[in-house]
Write a protein that binds this ligand. Structure first.
Ligand SMILES: NC(=O)c1ccc[n+]([C@@H]2O[C@H](COP(=O)([O-])OP(=O)(O)OC[C@H]3O[C@@H](n4cnc5c(N)ncnc54)[C@H](OP(=O)(O)O)[C@@H]3O)[C@@H](O)[C@H]2O)c1
Length: 275
């Protein structure tokens, strides 16, 4: 069985091949000079948008761990291009990092991209395993501005943030025994759900710095981000809908899937931030 892994220059995709070095994975990267050095692994070069390069990189691969691409206006096309290349290359099983409550009308607008990728994989006829990740707990401190304030329209909604390390552990377990996880969809969450105010205060207490949450209206959220970053509309929608998806409960469900698949409990936010 030949295993290929994308995203290995990043956080989630970087952990998985280290844990699966004995399977001698093929690392598909955009920039080979940044590929991690893992004894036994090989490196192939492709970006998701480059269909012919992707098909070459995937030749002979049976099992693929596909880390979702960086957010962009063309991410759906990039994903579809890579998924089509995988099917052409004869890949049999794709394990894909999706998002909690992925759906065509997901409140978190990027959840719609993930639904699109899931749909493309289903339509391809390849076996799939979808890892629907909640928001990454690792990122909570990075939501804050330079004064330690996280602002947004999250209300009193809760979310069940998951550690990227746990996502990688689930992927590792699935890739070791893919047949056991054929056509399964897992919801990857932390052990509990909390409000953004609780997340800020727990992350701040652990890191020894002041972090707090302040509610914004929807209009204020768009205006503050537009003024500060001058970002395009899709990016503003993605940022703001992070909070509205928490407000409406889209990311509130706590699942037992990390423990069921890996055999260990999911990390708390403090354990996540401890690295
Ligand atoms: N659930 C959440 O809260 C959350 C938050 C942020 C992101 N995400 C998603 O989860 C994914 C994994 O998270 P992470 O923290 O491991 O991200 P990361 O550290 O930024 O790593 C992303 C990896 O994907 C590769 N990549 C990105 N776009 C690509 C493309 N178009 N073609 C081929 N490779 C591409 C990157 O390669 P390079 O090194 O060449 O850039 C990198 O290896 C992200 O890519 C994103 O889709 C989820």
């Amino acid at each position: 069985m030949t295993l290929a892994i994308t995203g290995s220059t990043g956080a989630v995709g970087g952990r998985v091949p280290r844990q699966l070095a004995d399977l001698q994975p093929r690392l598909i990267v955009r920039d080979p000079s940044r590929a991690p050095e893992i004894p036994g692994s090989t490196v192939a070069v492709a970006t998701y948008a480059d269909g012919p390069a992707s098909e070459r990189a995937l030749a002979g691969v049976d099992l693929l761990f596909m880390v979702s691409a960086a957010e962009s206006e063309v991410r759906r096309e990039e994903h579809r291009s890579f998924i089509a290349a995988a099917a052409r290359a004869g890949v049999r099983h794709v394990v894909y990092t999706s998002f909690a409550a992925a759906a065509p009308d997901a409140t978190f607008t990027l959840g719609r991209d993930h639904h699109d990728a899931e749909q493309a994989i289903r339509d391809s006829g390849m076996t799939f395993t979808f890892l629907r990740d909640n928001f990454y707990a690792d990122f909570v401190p990075y939501f804050a501005d330079e004064h330690g304030v996280i602002r947004g329209p999250a209300g009193d909604g809760v979310f069940a943030a998951v550690a990227r390390a746990d996502v990688a552990d689930v992927a590792t377990a699935v890739l070791r025994s893919p047949a056991e996880h054929a056509n399964a969809t897992y919801e990857l969450t932390g052990p509990e759900a909390f409000t953004m105010a609780e997340a800020a205060s727990r992350a701040g207490a652990f890191l020894g710095r002041e972090l707090r949450y302040e509610e914004e209206t929807l209009e204020e959220a768009y205006a503050s981000r537009r003024a500060a970053f001058g970002a395009p509309d899709w990016q503003l929608d993605a940022w703001v809908s992070t909070y509205t998806a928490i407000a409406d409960g889209s990311c509130a469900h706590v699942s037992d899937d990390v423990r069921r698949v890996t055999g260990h409990p999911p990390l708390t936010i403090e354990q996540t931030l401890a690295g």
